[in-house]
Design a binder for this molecule. Structure first.
Ligand code: GDP
Ligand code: ZN
Length: 379
């Protein structure tokens, strides 16, 4: 049976890229799918019948299970996220960088985000190697880019080839400029600051997939989504217990602290706190893989901030949620000194897990985002 990838919704149907022929076909979904509550999203792999290459049409008869799902905007089967930031104009902010990293690692746990620092023409070599030195030792792919000099574009192309990628990042950092440089046929508008990605858009609008680099990699279709739609306001707050696992250098010490449930905040005998390196000490770019990871002061402080923020939002949501029982679990620190973390009753937790699995089955509709969000949050 013919298969394809949904590129976008189009005139009440879908534009689908048929895998074998590499042709884009206009498709209608079988009515049965709607009855069965199958939602078809951009990025979904679909099964096709009645393929007519002359007319450029086909009928969708089924939707395959997803290997990943981004919720904002709804986008299926994304392989990776490229977090784009400007090193200047606007000024780079490490807290936001770490915030984006935490968010996207939780959204796409199987793929480390690629960190793309744009506008490197505005800084010198030393400053760019400082940026590299913060994130490369932690295992992130770092691309130092300039759409003006063209530096870093080849490196980025290699990371994109054959994948579906979302470009995320605030307005004005150069996402459209980068995509236009990768593929000049895209002709995305540059410098449209206020109605740009995410801002003013409905989160439920369909995103489009664009094929890029077809000149360079004709055999392996490469896709980028046009609407990252993840502006600063749309970043979801993580569960407090999830935050530390998103910092590889902090997670690396999880078994070494005196208390097995150490949150690395104030505890005595905390290996994370013991291993903090001050910011003026250089980070080794080439490190011995067996040596413990250094924890940079700035990253640690961002961890503490994000952790506190997550806890606060969690407490707020918890006090307004009717599903939560009154049980409280204590974690971290010596007896009586630990932080109280609210606990959900088992029924609520397993219900949430079931829903989590359903996200990857196309038969769950995504139009009730509020419900989905809350359940995810409380898992
Ligand atoms: P987007 O909002 O993230 O899509 O950003 P745009 O691509 O619209 O770019 C925002 C502004 O940054 C525009 O004025 C671009 O000309 C400028 N810009 C993009 N890339 C670079 C770069 O590498 N260096 C410099 N100096 N400016 C850039
Ligand atoms: Zn600790």
């Amino acid at each position: 049976m013919a298969q394809g990838t949904v590129l976008r919704s189009h005139a009440g149907g879908y534009l689908v890229f048929e895998t074998q022929s590499m042709a884009s076909l206009f498709c209608q979904a079988r009515k049965r799918l709607k009855k069965e509550h199958v939602s078809i999203l951009t990025g979904d792999r679909v099964e096709l019948v009645d393929v007519d290459f002359d007319k450029g049409t086909a009928t969708i008869t089924g939707c395959c299970d997803r290997w990943s799902l981004l919720t904002r905007p709804p986008l299926a089967n994304v392989d990776q996220v490229v977090i784009v930031q400007a090193v200047r104009q606007p000024e780079w902010n490490q807290l936001w960088c770490d915030r984006y990293i935490v968010h996207f690692q939780l959204e796409l746990p199987d793929a480390k985000p690629v960190l793309c620092f744009n506008k490197c023409d505005l800084i010198d070599e030393e400053q760019s190697s400082t940026l590299r030195g913060i994130y490369e030792p932690l295992g992130y792919n770092v691309v130092l880019l300039s759409t003006i000099t063209g530096g870093g574009l080849d490196e980025l192309s290699v990371l994109l080839a054959g994948k579906i990628t979302v470009f995320a990042g605030p307005s004005g950092v150069g996402k459209s400029s980068i995509l236009n440089k990768l593929d000049s046929s895209l002709k995305l508008k540059i410098g449209v600051m206020d109605n740009d990605f995410g801002v003013g858009r409905q989160t439920t609008t369909y995103s489009k997939l664009y094929q890029v680099l077809s000149g360079r990699y004709p055999e392996t279709p490469t896709w980028v989504a046009d609407t990252p739609g993840f502006n600063l306001q749309e970043i979801k707050y993580p569960m407090p217990a999830d935050v530390m696992w998103q910092f590889p250098e902090i997670a690396a010490y999880s078994n070494d602290c005196k208390f097995s449930n150490c949150m690395h905040l104030v505890e005595t005998d905390c290996k994370v706190i013991e291993n903090i390196v001050e910011d003026d000490e250089p980070m080794p770019v080439e490190r011995n893989p067996d040596a413990p990871l250094p924890v940079a002061r700035e990253r640690y402080e961002n961890y503490v901030l994000l952790q506190a923020e997550a806890q606060e939002v969690y407490n707020q949501r918890r006090s307004t949620s009717s599903k939560v029982e009154t049980g409280v679990k204590t974690t971290g620190g010596e007896k009586g000194k630990g932080k109280a973390i609210p606990k959900l009753d088992l029924a609520t937790r397993s219900e949430s897990r079931r829903r989590e699995k359903q996200r990857f089955k196309p038969s769950i509709l995504l139009d009730d985002e509020s419900e989905l969000d809350m359940d995810e949050y409380l898992t």
